[in-house]
Design a protein around this ligand. Sequence first.
Ligand code: ATP
Ligand code: MG
Ligand code: MG
Ligand code: MG
Length: 562
Amino acid sequence: MRQTLSFIPTLRETPADAEVKSHQLLLRAGFIRQNTSGIYSFLPLGKRVLHKVEKIIREEMEAINSVEVFMPALQQAELWQETGRWYSYGDELMRLKDRNDREFALGATHEEIITSLLRDEIKSYKKLPLTLYQIQSKFRDEKRPRFGLLRGREFLMKDAYSFHATTESLDKTYDDMMQAYSNIFSRLGLNFRAVIADSGAIGGKDNHEFMVLSEIGEDTIAYSDNSSYAANIEMAAVNMEYPKSDEQARPVEKVSTPDQKTIAQVADFLETTPENCIKTLVFKADDELIVVLSRGDHEVNDVKVKHISGAKLVDMATPEDVRELLSCDIGSIGPVGLPEGTRVFADNAVKSIVNGVTGANEDGVHLKNVTPDEDFTVEAYGDLRFVKEGDASPDGEGTIQFAKGIEVGHIFKLGTTYSEPMKATFLNDQGKAMPYIMGCYGIGVSRIVAAVAEQFQDDSGFTWPTAVAPYEIHVVPVNVKDDVQRETGEEIYEQLKAQGFEVLLDDRKERAGVKFADADLIGLPLRITVGKRAAEGILEVKIRETNETVEWHKDEMQDKVR
Ligand code: ATP
Ligand code: MG
Ligand code: MG
Ligand code: MG
């Protein structure tokens, strides 16, 4: 591509509002532009990087027989109501209405859509397993969009979903995905680690996050200095606090009613836990773990919870109802109707417990007849655990160290979390209707562009690895008004393209200083400078990664460039 025909608006100054280096450079080198908070356009160079990341992902998905589809971003509210996430997902879900007042969500994720798609199509175990994936824009109204592509409100995700008749089959696909993800991040040259994760609001069992180790990461990884144990800090706290075997379990203070005292304790818990530490509160319903409330790098009101399975949604609740229920002070409450039996994935339920209200799952939405003592009890509270550097690793091997990470991928065993409420069933080999056993597997495609950008750069610009570089070679005739330089530049540009390389030709009539600065900024792996010595057939070749330069004769280029 000729630079005069492309669109690469480089900037000399560092944009004031870009806090991290990847964001600054992506703007400065003309890869992206911000439209509004958390929403970006990819310019030609950025688009090419994105395309290469997608290509690697597609190859590794196809290698494990995951098949590409494309699903709608515009999703009818009814599907989200079936799983209850319409009510529990909170403000991150972007909602809109059509001209007939019908409600829709802009896809923040696609479990509902794909489950509804398959439930009408796959009726027999003979058609399972099946793994489908897509690469598509996701919409999440993040509270704090930041760091450019790292946390956008519209961003590109690869999301895959697998469907199985047996848990063994899910385990197999999960392992395949784990391997595919490792291949993807290795091919991208990223310094990453797979960590055990807490499944948060999405529900489900086993899950791993893939973290790129980086100072600017918003997640904290707790890993053992002497074993393969690595978990995100929330999960590390849970691992420590509640070991699997009962004998190891520490006694915890039992609190049967979340009365005023408990509520005050919860508030205290949130207020007194230092930012970089984790405490975990566990609430139980029946025999199921229902809520994990943790405090780490979160804000006071930014708490994580698992789902409340025992909660019953009955009717509209008024402030009076709730006051009566808990006889404590509450904020503003408005009535809202939810279908009976809706399951609540209670991201915000805990917020409401904090506020002294039972099971509110969004502002103004509350649960009536959910009596803390009856429908669930607060079972474990007390001696809350911090995970600190230097603690013994939960596996007994070595001590815990912390590192910062950027979450670039996340894989889950969902089980029947979605298929059950959505009544998505198949007939097993006995002819019995069973809900699909599912897995879901996400990768932040646009976030990866930023993660790679963060890792591959130096003081003068990007140092893209070949796997994702927008072009492989930059041909830079220093002075295009000079016939020899211009013609030599054109000649080697054509020759390299004919050899199959992706080449960018700086055919602009700019000063040498501008051209070199831009070339460093853009950071293609190999730069071939055509300067004064072109008359003797001498080219200056720079390897961007090391900034090492060598001289090649024009005639030997074809062989050497390989
Ligand atoms: P985070 O903890 O960073 O908010 P998440 O856990 O909410 O991410 P998932 O639902 O697991 O995200 O989505 C799968 C992947 O999508 C994530 O691992 C991440 O790489 C990417 N992703 C999630 N949110 C964003 C965002 N706002 N901008 C860019 N990429 C994102
Ligand atoms: Mg998120
Ligand atoms: Mg996360
Ligand atoms: Mg995640």
